[in-house]
Design a protein around this ligand. Structure first.
Ligand code: NI
Ligand code: MN
Length: 223
């Protein structure tokens, strides 16, 4: 299983299928300039904010990818011409071709900003992919005790940038609760408002007995 970080909260997970999470590409200052997709089978969208829905509409049409998100966002995307959607909701799971996918809660918002309007985007979430390994992508979230329920996942991808989401200190409390085999930080340093010290996070994880890999945009890890 290969995990590639594409800047901000964008991750490409490759198992027997290519799964792209929160495809914020246009306008993402952290997206690796030379990166291009050959194939996308699934697009997972954690919530309705622009830095997560991103290029979902265009990419799903271009690659004929199935979009998985909450019911409200799937409904919104269908109105934008996305044909293949699979609505889920918090706490639900479904067996896809790549394995089981579960939607987890997130403490955040999910409104879709369109011009002067805010469209209701349901509840924000995260995902756990149970394929060769289990991978938790937290989405945008504050610290929550619910994360204890995720104890034992192989890989946890956690936001550390603060302001809108957990900061390093809170993300370390999440690491302590989840105790994954590997943790990867995300959602930091894209803009100044979410600057974070990723080395401090790495060292803190190590002290908790959890391996942390800091991926630069474009870098991958095999798990
Ligand atoms: Ni957000
Ligand atoms: Mn965000």
């Amino acid at each position: 299983m290969k995990i590639t970080f594409l800047g901000h909260a964008v991750f490409l997970i490759e198992t027997n299928k290519k799964i792209l999470i929160d495809p914020f590409i246009t306008g993402n200052p952290a997206f690796p300039k030379d990166f291009s997709f050959d194939k996308i089978d699934y697009i997972l969208v954690t919530h309705g904010h622009g830095d997560h829905i991103g290029d979902t509409v265009d990419l799903s049409k271009k690659y004929n990818a199935t979009v998985v998100s909450n019911f409200e966002i799937c409904n919104y995307l269908q109105k934008k011409g996305v044909n293949k959607v699979h609505p889920m909701h918090i706490g639900g799971s479904f067996n896809f071709e790549f394995g089981k996918l579960k939607m987890t809660p997130a403490l955040h918002g999910s409104g879709i900003i369109e011009g002067d309007n805010i469209i209701y985007g349901g509840n924000p979430g995260g995902f756990v992919i149970y394929s060769e390994k289990s991978v938790y992508h937290a989405g945008d979230t504050g610290l929550t005790k619910d994360m204890e329920l995720l104890r034992g996942v192989d890989v946890a991808i956690l936001p550390i940038g603060g302001n809108f989401v957990m900061d390093v200190e809170d993300a370390l409390k999440a690491v302590e609760m989840i105790k994954p085999k590997l943790v990867i930080p995300m959602h930091y340093n894209t803009w100044d408002i979410i600057n974070a010290d990723e080395e401090k996070f790495k060292n803190g994880s190590k002290q908790l007995g959890v391996k942390c890999i800091i991926l630069k945009p474009g870098e991958s890890v095999e798990v």
